[in-house]
Design a binder for this molecule. Structure first.
Ligand code: APR
Length: 317
């Protein structure tokens, strides 16, 4: 069986990390695309040269010619600009909406059958631009945010309880921003929901609330520390989990920015919800029952995403 082909649009911090992970996990061959073709080509060559040491054979190329992405099975998009300290994700909209519209055109022309994962921020609005401008079916255009947000949530919970991250599951809903909704009632240690762990005296509600706040501000915490640029290792790992679920038809249940058509009472919006990812792309949207408080928080988050969407519509039509 021929190797899968994965195109990475944007060869910056996340793009390079994605390529490295694809090699290490032997997911397929990589084409790195960037407006700075030399950077894309240099990173491709550098990573490929680690193959003999780490034992992978992925072919990696890089450049600035869209024709090279032809026939890709998966496209992961990080093209655009990252945050700098003091900026919110939403501040990026003016710069990144045009970039994503351009990338969408490249995908539409050269690999319209691909599964497209968008990482560029502000995420929920950028996925919308991608779908709108590429014309690809909604089940094949998805945004990476929830896997990252829930991974951060899992880490903080694992640290709080002094247990392995492997035994912590976490559930987040909503937009990728300050309004995201970490759902503690569906977050567990080996199946024991967090509210039960509070009752068992493992932690307090105040500490859980602080962890939720830290999760929602997880990206900002890193932007502040790095001083230039934003997080890239965990975002790359999260997108790879989604790509792998598609390429291996794993039917993983992952929180992603998906196109809602009435689920959760929300229509015509990309926003974070749990979905099943398999060979068909987003094969199912998992709709759980929310209580009043959760519903209100989710709706608030959707309203924030809608505002961003309206701003994007004005920018790219
Ligand atoms: N087409 C292709 N590549 C582009 C374009 C474009 N029109 N515009 C910019 N790029 C490239 C840049 O040249 C750069 O190499 O996108 C790359 C972005 O890389 P970084 O600046 O290192 O940013 P990164 O940390 O990878 O984050 C990218 O993901 O998480 C989000 O907020 C983050 O929006 C940002 C994106």
């Amino acid at each position: 069986m021929a190797r899968k082909k994965i195109a990475l649009i944007g060869a910056g911090n996340i793009g390079g990390t994605l390529a490295h992970l694809i090699g290490l996990k032997e997911l397929g061959d990589v084409v790195l695309f960037d407006v700075f073709g030399g950077v894309a080509a240099g990173k491709a060559l550098d990573i490929m040269q680690s193959g003999p040491v780490d034992g992978f054979d992925s072919m990696m190329t890089g450049g600035s010619d869209y024709a090279a992405i032809a026939g890709s099975d998966v496209v992961i998009v990080t093209a655009g600009f990252p945050r700098t300290p003091g900026m919110s994700r939403d501040d990026l909209i003016g710069k990144n909406a045009g970039v994503i519209a351009q990338v969408a055109e490249g995908i539409k022309t050269h690999c319209p059958d691909a599964f497209v994962i968008v990482i560029t921020n502000p995420l929920d609005a950028m996925v919308w631009v991608m779908r709108e401008k590429s014309g690809l079916p909604a089940e094949r255009v998805v945004g990476m945010a929830g896997v990252l947000d829930s991974s951060r949530f899992r880490l903080f919970l694992a640290q709080e309880f002094n247990v392995s991250v492997e035994d912590v599951t976490a559930f987040v809903l909503g937009g990728h921003g300050d309004t995201m909704v970490p759902l503690t009632r569906y977050s567990t240690v080996a199946g024991i929901p967090v509210p039960d762990l509070v009752k068992m005296g493992w932690t307090t509600q105040e500490r859980v609330d602080a962890i939720c706040t830290r999760t929602a501000n997880g990206g900002g915490e890193i932007v502040k520390l790095l001083e230039k640029g934003s997080a890239f290792y965990a975002p790359a790992a999260s997108a790879i989990a989604m790509a792998e679920a598609f390429l291996k038809d794993k039917k993983r249940v992952l929180p992603c920015a998906a196109w809602l058509t009435g689920q959760y009472g929300i229509k015509d919006l990309y926003v974070g919800v749990p979905v099943v990812i398999g060979a068909g792309g987003v094969e199912r949207i998992v709709e759980i029952q929310l209580n009043g408080e959760e519903k209100a928080a989710f709706e608030k988050s959707c309203n924030a995403v809608r505002e961003l969407l309206d701003a994007s519509k004005k920018l790219v039509g």
